[in-house]
Ligand binder design. Structure first.
Ligand code: NCD
Length: 343
């Protein structure tokens, strides 16, 4: 089996990964020889710190070995070898492959030719399913449940792939999502259409009611550069959306504030957009505001100015825990996808 999209896993399988991750955390000694003799190939066509190294560490902690195809300039890719041929060859060298590729379709295209399981570690701007599992595990450890939470997802929703996988998981487990894009980067139309298609019972995407919208936007923006937006403008760019699964009612206050970095630099972005819609920053003032005085702060990292280092010791910061949790979740994934532990 492959993990290309988070939707390749059923809800039951997602819960299984989280449960196993918890078991590994509690009793690491029970797992340390289970992947003896197995080889993982880490195939990264884009930079990575946490994802690649946590997969490597996960494999080593389970007794397995790792081949790193890190620097593609040193391989035959630089001689024009196709990605398909690279994967076909690695099939014989490894028992499982973790792939990160700058092109959305690259990993999808090779899944039919690969004899071994593939794990998508980020494909273009599309998805990052293992990060969503790490995020979800972090959420469950905090709240002891996976449903009926209010999650604010903030930042680059257009190009940031981690949020795409996370949104699916949150909806599937009946959570309410508030989207607060920065730099005019809301979810693209295809993604939103697909959500409506996949989850027809979900409340349709809506704009925030104007009054609360402004107070929330105010709160999210740094002291300087505050801007008011007309509701017409907001509607025209579909900038603020609420995604609400059908049966989540009750309190509207967020439990989680999930921030993401500006992908400028990773992808070409129109500079003008930032002038009209500056990128949000989490400030101390925001965290003391009425709406945001409870949520934990999450971020997939690496960070930019949106997540000041002064917040690192904040009692509600959870992003370093998130990174640490990556290890257990990825250990669980390797065990399950290699069929060493039963689903
Ligand atoms: C993310 C990615 O590569 O998509 N990194 C990660 O795996 N935690 C986030 C990012 O690069 O912004």
């Amino acid at each position: 089996m492959h993990l290309i999209s988070i939707n390749d896993f059923t809800n039951k399988q997602i819960v299984k990964v989280l449960d196993l991750a918890e078991e590994i955390r509690e009793h690491p000694e029970d797992f340390q020889k289970l992947l003896d003799g197995k080889i993982l190939a880490n195939v990264f066509f884009q930079p990575s710190t946490r994802t690649r190294i946590s997969f490597e560490s996960a494999m080593l902690r389970l007794g397995g070995k790792v081949i790193n195809i890190g620097d593609m300039a040193m391989t035959s890719t630089s001689k024009g070898e196709s990605f398909e041929d690279t994967v076909r060859m690695l099939d014989d060298y490894a028992d499982i492959m973790v792939i990160r590729h700058f092109e959305e379709d690259a990993v999808k295209d090779v899944k039919s030719i690969s004899q071994v399981s593939l794990i998508n570690a980020g494909n273009g701007m599309d998805e990052h399913p293992t990060q969503a599992l790490v995020d979800f595990y972090t959420i469950r450890r905090e709240f002891k449940r996976l449903n009926s939470l209010n999650v604010v997802i903030c930042g680059d929703l257009l190009y940031g792939r981690t949020v795409h996988s996370l949104i699916h998981v949150l909806i599937r487990f009946n959570n309410r999502i508030y989207l607060v894009p920065g730099g005019r980067r809301g979810l693209n139309k295809d993604f939103r259409d697909n959500l409506e298609y996949l989850y027809p019972d979900m409340t349709r995407l809506m704009l925030f009611p104007e009054t609360t919208l402004f107070s929330r936007l105010y709160a999210l923006y740094p002291e300087k550069g505050l801007k008011m937006f007309s509701s017409e403008y907001l509607r025209s760019i579909a900038n603020i959306q609420i995604i609400r699964s059908s049966d989540s009612g009750g309190d509207i206050k967020p439990s989680v504030l999930y921030m993401t970095r500006n992908q400028q630099g990773t992808v070409p972005i129109n500079e003008d957009a930032q002038e009209y819609d500056p990128y949000p920053v989490i400030t101390q003032i925001l965290l003391e505001s009425k709406f945001f005085n409870e949520p934990i702060i999450m971020h997939p990292l690496p960070r930019g100015p949106e997540l000041p280092v002064s917040l690192d010791n904040h009692p509600r910061s959870r992003y370093f825990e998130q990174a640490q949790n990556g290890l257990y979740v990825r250990e669980a994934l390797l065990l399950l996808m290699l069929n060493v532990v039963k689903w």
